[in-house]
Design a protein around this ligand. Sequence first.
Ligand SMILES: NC(=O)c1ccc[n+]([C@@H]2O[C@H](COP(=O)([O-])OP(=O)(O)OC[C@H]3O[C@@H](n4cnc5c(N)ncnc54)[C@H](O)[C@@H]3O)[C@@H](O)[C@H]2O)c1
Length: 249
Amino acid sequence: MFEDKVVVVTGAASGIGRQTAIEFARQGAKVVVADIDEKGGTEVVAALRNDGHDAVFVTTDLTVEADCRNLIAAVVDGFGRLDVLVNNAGIEITTPFHEMSEHEWDRLVDTNLKSMFLCSKHALREMITARSGAIVNVCSVSGLVAWPGIAAYNSTKGGVMMLTKSLAVDYAKYNIRANCVCPSIIDTPMTDVSNGHDADIKAEKAKLNPIGRLGTPEDVANAILFLASDKSSFITGSALTVDGGYTAI
Ligand SMILES: NC(=O)c1ccc[n+]([C@@H]2O[C@H](COP(=O)([O-])OP(=O)(O)OC[C@H]3O[C@@H](n4cnc5c(N)ncnc54)[C@H](O)[C@@H]3O)[C@@H](O)[C@H]2O)c1
């Protein structure tokens, strides 16, 4: 489905991003893994190459504009084009809102929202020239409804939601689409950390989804690939829930 396409996935050293990079590669894409985690990113790329796929790792701190600029420049220098940007990297900080430090708030906003501004800004310059492109942002159900206890995280995802719609509106004339996916709890290292790796807590959280299980990174990756593909060519500015029915209640 993505033969000869060049795809950047941020935060692809782990979790949803890692699986997304794998699924794109399986569909024939040349994949650029961007992450601050050199060890994890290098391992993902080594595994992809081992399976015969075309993949590179670019060490990137997505909160730093110079890094994002270099990332997109490296992609265009190396592959000559950029078809898809998946803005996936994100963090969760669970400090209660009234105890949260300014530094923690800034880290959350910079990692979850500013990173998407910086990467999209530089990617869009290439996509405008090409008159073609697709951006898929990894938002969350907490961009739609307030998940209890994580007001700051929810706020960043609300920002991701409006960024997505705004890019869709402003860049449609260049044949560039922007959409986002809104997962509920997905079984990744991020939720392991916030749940303390506790199987009982995971089982309790799974009950929040009418489908009765946690999501998998594959569930989210499949939705991302759809929104990045020509099969969704009339879809832009949309938020696709991947939540086992969580927001349908
Ligand atoms: N896991 C869930 O339940 C869930 C639910 C809804 C939304 N999400 C969103 O999905 C996305 C991926 O989450 P995940 O669960 O796979 O998490 P994860 O912790 O497994 O992976 C996140 C990746 O982002 C990278 N990263 C963090 N800060 C970075 C920075 N400054 N520069 C470059 N890379 C950076 C990490 O190194 C890591 O590889 C996030 O945006 C998250 O908010 C996750």
